[in-house]
Design a protein around this ligand. Structure first.
Ligand code: SF4
Length: 232
């Protein structure tokens, strides 16, 4: 059965099966274990699925600190899909106003909670196709739930991972969704679970969008961008 997420044409990618994922991810993990670095909102696996859903929706187009503030306020007031499904939209909007497009997200989160209550008795499905039928849930959010709540092997790709993977030269893609498909083809499955938190943290810190600090980067010897091969 062909998944609806499979691309019709494979994105371009380089000869990345030879990329030393074990060494690169291990080096980054060790590097960011020491010192004061920004930490991804989603890092630990085994989190409650409803929390992963809510925090991922809130994080869209929002800084991590704003996401965390909104998440804690919202989940304290509405700790379950049942509670959130009955919430007043204006109150939800007030609780999450630290994030971008709060009005849309408030309405969307209530719809999302209602769908969980109506169709799944308030639980969150782990199946990718089912997740994608829930309001506010796109491929990134669905894969985040599968990785961080259900410990599935998947690769949720945000703008950080998209940027870092292209700079490293392991994929050559134009969008996070394209990168999600491309990475699935070049990263050995045993690394899928740890790929997201490690590369997101690298993108949040040294490999930033505007001015990557390549001189301090512990994996610069593996990087196409550093070698002048990519412009991203
Ligand atoms: S060398 Fe620079 S561009 Fe490459 S991964 Fe490191 S910080 Fe990013």
């Amino acid at each position: 059965v062909r998944s609806t997420l499979e691309p019709t044409a494979a994105p371009r990618q380089r000869a990345a099966p030879t990329f030393p994922w074990s060494s690169a991810l291990g080096t980054l993990r060790t590097f960011y274990n020491v010192g004061e670095w920004r930490v991804p909102v989603l890092r630990e696996r085994g989190a409650p699925a409803f929390h992963v859903l809510v925090s991922t929706v809130l994080s869209h187009r929002s800084a991590d600190s704003a996401t965390l503030t909104a998440f804690h306020k919202l989940i304290t007031r509405y700790p379950s899909p049942q509670a959130l499904s009955k919430a007043d939209r204006r109150e939800v909007e007030r609780l999450i106003r630290s994030v971008g497009i709060a009005r849309n997200k408030a309405a969307g989160l209530i719809s999302m909670a209602s769908a969980l209550v109506d169709r799944y008795e308030g639980s969150v499905p782990s199946d990718l196709e089912e997740l994608l039928t829930i309001p506010m849930v796109g491929p990134k959010t669905a894969e985040a739930v599968r990785v961080f709540a259900f410990r599935k092997r998947a690769i949720p790709v945000d703008t950080h991972i998209h940027r870092v993977a292209n700079r490293l030269g392991v994929v050559v893609t134009k969008s996070p969704l394209e990168t999600q498909f491309a990475l699935a083809g070049v990263v050995p499955r045993r690394f899928w679970g740890e790929l997201n938190p490690v590369l997101v943290q690298h993108g949040q810190n040294l490999c930033s969008a505007r001015a990557p600090k390549c001189g301090k980067c512990p994996i610069s010897s593996l990087c196409d961008y550093r070698a002048g091969g990519t412009k991203r």
